[in-house]
Design a protein around this ligand. Structure first.
Ligand code: PLP
Length: 817
């Protein structure tokens, strides 16, 4: 147990907070008030460790990682914090003594959702691992006023509700006004001559004040508390009389408005570039503040700015934070008066870039007009980086305009952020082995040839503390009973479970736990959807963002196919199946939203058809987010990871299912490849084209979905049901767009861009294998246990250790209280 925790003190602290914050005694308190009082008490427990951690970092003059990310999908903090200082049983008891249930209190916490999906959740898992491993790190991001929208389903359609997560205040954050930082936008650059040297000064700008809020990131059982620092925006000086006098009224209003809008909302696009001006403002806002602060902090205890990179490293989570490169250059050139070469050496030794996707619609390219208007000095620096880089291309590949066309940073009226990130740092990593290979050999081939030493792979990972220890208490107790608790901080240790995979008693215990977790999810579904599902059926789950490349459409088309089989033959011999979906669609992504409507329409018909004897149920879980994800993973039998091969860089949901003993039904894509390698192909259900085949078709053509449509009666029947009103009697044309997307070229999009019809037969075969396999309970239990036992590689602790070894070079710190 952490040194800071004492049960009686904790109880007193809860009572004190209740009185002090709410002027109430415990018997008058609501659950929400109890949650707040407990959260403040938890903060009391960790605050000394938080201070001690930072004292220790200072004392040891450590190298610090700044993990720069537009998104942190943290999920709830309370339960995780209590687990981290190993006081869960005590806190549970305290609450029981006060007449409350810990789970119900945890449920009161809003789910801080400052992220879209995998990328933001990865950042959250990384922070957990960094603290648990004792590495000095800050997460740096934006304190969005509204996080990821809440999803409601009305009449089968997604409705977006603002996520007002700060409504009642957030007990875990601390405002750090002393670190407020000015960030400047717009205006123009003036050249001033001083002592024979040119200096560049931005004038006529608007500015906002960036004010940081710190949240504690608690290491597991080690007294380390790191910081997630998210920036809020404030007007720099509201309506000063000064401004009126000078006739600057307009400017004062504009600065006020800029501050209000800049952190207002998280863009709800996953893997998609929207190119909005406000988005670039958000990027520069949090990057400028974070980088300025990092430099100031360093200079508080050091006098040589030239050695900045020895004590600081910036990891760019995708291209969103790439302005960190020119921003650091700006500070070094303009504030510290360094030469270009000096500044460039420091910058390129500080920055490192993680690539998360190869999909062209996700590539960030800003029009020069917008970029230079908003960030005039930064644009000058980017131009100069580009000029020098093009010169280098010219030296290495004389006269090769093709190389310039592909690799230039500023080209064709646009600033290409990925190219800037690659050139401006010392490391470029992909997020799974296959993805990194595709980067090296296809997407970023020219860069790889020019600078192979920068490229490396870091296969993503997940934290077992949240997704097994916290999310699945029954299984985690069972695992600990069998093999001890070392797996909590050393996941590969979980391999010791493998010896139990063949043991009938252990198989039975495992399946009982799975059953109880399915009952827990069934209750959640009953409460939230009003649908009864049978926990004895196979829980076949696809939860993730809704995206065409993730192919939720293939899944639901297969459900439609299966339903046709059942209608033809109500006695069809099949194991009852519950198909569970959960997915948010970006608010402006029409086809994705229509797919949600299709899933719900199919559910409506099938769930009400008594003639099929409940053999299929279809459930769409509203508002998929970290807190219900924990419940869903624990209850899954089948994990649907069915993206078109080559499109999913890694996936991390796939790992969470595996850790909870679900069997993967997947393509050879992203980290699925490595999952299958660890668990063995015989313990997963793999189907579909390989990434090489997909890439070949994309390059050479030759795929015609119409041929499949014409020759495959079952597929044709399913597709016709999209346009004959079978699932939308009031509006038979409703799903026409989906039908068209599979069979017709639409503007420049090839028919069936994601090869759904091509992979459909082999997907159906894999589904049949699952139906057969599940009948042998002993086989299934063994395979499920082996999935848990072989999940060791996929801990984010391993990922972080690799980043530390190859990129960050941090030192582990011990914190004694
Ligand atoms: N959203 C939430 C809430 C998650 O927990 C995860 C899992 O990692 C994701 C999105 C990403 O899922 P996937 O990797 O399947 O796209």
């Amino acid at each position: 147990m952490s040194m800071g925790f004492d049960k009686e003190t904790f109880k007193k602290s809860v009572l004190f907070n209740m009185k002090n914050v709410f002027r109430k005694t415990v018997d008058e308190a609501t659950k929400e008030q109890m949650y707040q009082a407990v959260a403040y008490a938890v903060k009391d427990v960790i605050i000394d460790e938080w201070i001690a951690t930072h004292k220790e970092y200072e004392k040891q003059d450590v190298k610090t990682l700044y993990y720069l990310s537009m998104e942190f999908l943290m999920g709830r903090a309370l339960g995780n914090s209590i687990i981290s200082f190993m006081a869960q049983p005590d806190v549970k008891e305290v609450l029981e003594e006060l007449g409350f249930d810990l789970n119900a209190i945890e449920d009161q916490e809003p789910d801080p959702a400052l992220g879209n999906g995998g990328l933001g959740r990865l950042a959250a898992c990384f922070l957990d691992s960094l603290a648990t491993l004792g590495y000095p790190a800050y997460g740096c991001g934006i304190r969005y006023r509204y996080g990821m929208f809440k999803q409601k389903i009305e009449n089968g359609y997604q409705i977006e509700i603002p996520d007002d997560w700060l409504k009642n205040g957030y007990p875990f954050e601390i405002r750090r006004a002393e670190y407020a930082t000015e960030v400047k936008f717009g205006g123009y650059v003036k050249v001033v001559r001083e002592n024979g040297k040119e200096r560049f000064v931005q004038e006529g700008y608007q500015s906002v004040l960036a004010v940081p809020y710190d949240m504690p990131i608690i290491g597991y059982g080690n007294n380390v508390v790191n910081t997630l620092r998210i920036w809020d925006a404030q007007a720099i000086n509201t309506f000063s009389l000064d401004s009126f006098d000078k006739g600057d009224y307009q400017k004062a209003v504009e600065q006020e408005n800029l501050a209000k809008t800049i952190v207002e909302v998280l863009y709800p696009n996953d893997n998609h570039y929207a190119g909005k001006e406000l988005r670039l403002k958000q990027q520069y806002f949090f990057i400028s503040a974070s980088v300025q602060r990092a430099v100031l902090k360093y200079m508080e205890n050091h006098d040589d700015i030239h050695k900045f990179y020895e004590k600081n490293v910036f990891q760019l989570n995708d291209t969103h934070p790439t302005v960190a490169v020119p921003e650091l250059m700006r500070i070094l050139l303009d504030n510290y008066g360094l030469s270009w070469d000096e500044a460039w050496e420091i910058t390129t030794k500080t920055c490192a870039y993680t690539n998360h996707t190869i999909m062209s619609e996700a590539l960030e390219k800003w029009p020069i007009e917008l970029f230079s208007r908003l960030l005039p000095r930064i644009y000058q620096i980017v131009e100069e980086i580009n000029r020098r880089f093009q010169q280098k291309i010219g030296e290495m590949y004389p006269g090769n305009q093709d190389k310039v066309r592909k690799m230039a940073i500023v080209y064709d009226g646009q600033v290409r952020m990925a190219n800037l990130a690659i050139v401006g740092g010392f490391s470029v990593n992909g997020v799974a082995r296959l993805h990194t290979e595709i980067l090296k050999n296809q997407e970023l081939k020219d860069f790889y040839e020019m600078m192979p030493e920068k490229f490396n792979n870091k296969t993503n990972g997940i934290t077992q503390r949240r997704f097994l220890l916290h999310g699945n208490p029954l299984l985690s107790e069972w695992v600990t009973k069998k093999i001890g608790n070392e797996w909590i901080t050393n996941l590969p240790h979980i391999h010791r479970l493998a010896v139990y995979a063949d043991d009938p008693k252990c198989q039975q215990e495992f399946m009982d736990i799975k059953y109880q977790n399915k009952v827990r999810l069934a209750n959640y579904i009953k409460e939230h959807n009003g649908i009864e599902v049978d926990p004895r059926s196979i829980f076949d789950v696809q939860v993730k963002r809704l995206h065409e490349y993730k192919r939720q459409l293939m899944n639901i088309l297969h459900v439609m196919y299966l339903y046709n089989q059942l209608k033809d033959n109500p006695n069809l011999d099949m194991v009852p199946r519950t198909f569970i979906f959960g997915a948010k669609a970006a608010a402006g992504y029409r086809r994705a939203k229509l797919t949600i409507k299709l899933i719900n329409s199919v559910a409506e018909v099938i769930n009400h058809d008594r003639s099929i004897g409940g053999k299929i149920k279809v459930v769409f879980i509203e508002d998929y987010k970290v807190s219900n994800a924990e419940i869903i993973f624990a209850a899954a039998d089948v994990s649907e990871q069915i993206s078109t091969a080559s499109k999913e860089a890694s996936g991390t949901g796939n790992m969470k299912f595996m850790l909870n003993g679900a069997l993967t039904l997947g393509t050879m894509d992203g980290a699925n490849v490595e999952i299958v390698e660890e668990v063995g192909a015989e313990n997963a259900f793999i189907f579909g084209m390989t990434s090489d085949e997909v890439i070949r078709y994309e390059r050479e053509g030759g795929y015609d979905p119409m041929e499949i449509f014409n020759n495959n009666y079952e597929i044709r029947r399913v597709l016709m049901q999209l346009i004959n009103g079978y699932y939308s009697p009031q509006d038979p044309e409703l799903f026409r767009d989906i039908y068209n997307s599979l069979l017709n070229t639409i503007s420049s999009d090839r028919a069936d861009t994601y090869f759904i019809l091509k992979d459909f037969p082999s997907y159906g075969e894999a589904q049949k294998r699952i139906d057969q396999a599940y009948r042998d309970e002993s086989w299934w239990a063994k395979a499920a246990i082996l999935n848990v036992a072989n999940s060791g590689k996929f801990t984010s602790d391993r990922t972080i250790l690799e980043y530390v070894r190859d990129i960050w070079h941090l030192e582990k710190v011990n914190v004694e209280l």
